[in-house]
Ligand binder design. Sequence first.
Ligand code: CU
Length: 293
Amino acid sequence: MTKLLSMLVWVVIISNPVSAKEFQEHTSLMNHGDGHMMDMDGGMIMGNNTDNLPGGCDKIAATAEITVHAGHKYAEKFPGRMFAFDQQEYQFEPCTKLTVNFINDDEIRHQWMMHGLPKYLYPKGMFHLELTGPGKISGTLILPSGDKTYLVHCDIAQHMEKGMKSQLKVGKGSGDLPSIPGVSAYVIQDDYSDSIPALPSIADKLLADKKTAENKRNGSQLSSTGISGVMIIGLAIGLLLMPLLAKKFKGKTFSEGASYSVELLTKLIVFIVKGIKSLIDLVFSKKKTLPEK
Ligand SMILES: [Cu+2]
């Protein structure tokens, strides 16, 4: 009986792999006042406004409804980006009553957050829709009067930097915002030109090894042609002694000069040998005087 039960448990476990989060429509939200609504499943609206007119709007000029998607897959067309909205630009008439249906296609948290709205109507100047996991949430706002471009982004850490950024133009807008994927350029473009010396590649190392080998070969070629370090030092000493020797050789014939040179060389060799000998004697006598243990 126990065996049968445990088998049954295994069958249930195997036939139910970790399922993806189910798509959820967030429709029953708690109202916290000032357009702030939320539920216990990660759905949130901030700055919901269906009837308060912004300054400069005599009436609601138009009504519009958009469906906005957020997800990793929308970033695929933008190289280097991780997240994006399905659309990077929106444009509406001033004083439009806009309903935004926000759909999150990812298993993580995303937002559609609009900034720069009048603070007397929208807390902190924001209209904000948020979902944790796949689902749909809808909110409404009334766009201000005048021509202005508003930033729309996801405020989750690094999501905007990784591409989840759009712009909403009211009227003619006020130009393009920077680094909107597919719309405008980065303010500061990534620059990797310094990364090569900072991070030497295998290719760089091979090149350095090749250069060292070449230098070695060139060095051996020099000594094979008779030019070595010792010879260069010898030449330098010779040049320094030249004026001194010139004085000594003054008024002498070639044979006299040659015999004098041999004499000088012999004296030098004797001096060096004597020096080495006394040095050896010194070392050995010191060793002898060392107390033996
Ligand atoms: Cu996000």
